[in-house]
Design a protein around this ligand. Structure first.
Ligand code: SAM
Ligand code: SF4
Length: 326
């Protein structure tokens, strides 16, 4: 369905849990966030009903995120049901990868074809510093498992942070040389707990690209691997993988935004930066049928703002990134 700016909205990101086995510094406070009560979180059958309603207004792509989606109980069963919905032609998962060695075979069997894994550094000490709880070897084992079990494409999300990983950009890119990994540098966003310090640590993608080209020579533009996202992709001649750039700050991509976001407690957000949430959980639990739910999706599409400005600061005191679903 088209919104007021003639953008085709076909992508729904679903946060399936607000819980996480990590506490990344740009995403959550050190003590974590108070988890939602069990009955506040959408049940599997509620998520399926919402996806059916979303499909009725033209949603074709679903990404499961969180929090960490793989800590949600029964995630494989949910994926199996989502994969069986004929209107959904792309089902993806964003994960920190820690549980992938355990879950990869069953996820694949359930019908998941591709994964995005978050990894900001290749240094042990730094990995534990940024995630507060994780070990680098766990994330690397997750990436190995994703490749070994044949997920395709396997994308790596790397948040570029000045003074933290800007001296590792070349090493991270080297991961794409001999393995089919699609590494995407994402600009750090002043969202949630990162509002306030993200600007001073921000690195524009133009600078990241310059650093890469100084080491590897000119990047060659390539067709994007499967996906509906805003990244632009390049390759180093001879490499098996690609390097992509996502620039929410330095090159606003709002004009091509095609997504809605559903929080773990069933609120539909027209935009990451828009606090006007529609309470789908309440509608579900008072017995709304597919038509009524589809009308609420339509309302969210029409509410989508033309764009947002990070300049005004994070507008939502109640929420951090892990609760909305980054
Ligand atoms: N736990 C999963 C993971 O880390 O991949 C999924 C949820 S996490 C919120 C989704 C993505 O949001 C991750 O790639 C993470 O790096 C990114 N993210 C979180 N906070 C961010 C911020 N302030 N700026 C840019 N990206 C951020
Ligand atoms: Fe957890 Fe992902 Fe947030 Fe890190 S970025 S704390 S792994 S939800």
């Amino acid at each position: 369905m088209q919104d007021g700016q003639a953008r085709e909205i076909k992508y729904l990101r679903i946060s399936v849990t607000d819980r996480c086995n990590l506490r990344c510094t740009y995403c959550m406070p050190p003590e974590g966030v108070r988890p939602l009560e069990h009955d506040q979180i959408l049940r599997h059958e509620e998520i399926i009903r919402l996806v059916l309603a979303a499909a009725a207004v033209g949603i074709k792509k679903i990404r499961l995120t969180g929090g960490e989606p793989l800590v949600r109980q029964g995630i494989t069963g949910l994926i199996r049901e989502l994969a069986a919905i004929p209107q959904i032609d792309d089902l993806a998962l964003t994960t920190n990868g820690l549980l992938l060695p355990e879950y990869a075979p069953e996820l694949l069997k359930a019908g998941l074809q591709r994964v995005n894994i978050s990894l900001d550094t290749l240094q042990n000490f730094r990995y534990t510093l940024i995630t507060r709880l994780g070990k680098l070897e766990q994330a690397l084992a997750g990436i190995d498992a994703a490749l070994q079990y044949g997920f395709h494409p396997v994308k790596i999300n790397t948040v570029a942070i000045r003074g933290f990983n800007d001296d590792e950009i070349g090493d991270l890119v080297a991961m794409t040389l001999d393995r089919p990994l699609h590494l995407r540098f994402i600009e750090l966003m002043p969202v949630g707990v990162a509002d306030g310090w993200a600007r001073s640590r921000h690195i524009a993608v133009a600078e990241i690209r310059e650093i890469i080209e100084k080491q590897y020579g000119p990047l060659r533009p390539v067709r994007r691997p499967a996906g509906y996202g805003p990244a632009r992709y390049y390759t180093i001649p001879g490499a098996k993988g690609t390097v992509g750039f996502i620039s929410p700050l330095s090159d606003h991509f709002c004009h091509q935004c095609n997504r809605l976001r559903l929080t773990a407690d069933g609120r539909l957000r027209p935009c990451l930066y828009d606090t006007r949430e529609i309470d789908l959980r309440a509608a579900l639990r008072r017995g709304a049928g597919t038509d009524e739910l589809a009308a609420l999706f339509r309302r969210a599409v029409l509410l989508k703002p033309a764009g947002h400005s990070f300049a005004t600061g994070w507008p939502d005191e109640r929420r951090v990134m892990s609760q909305i679903g980054g």
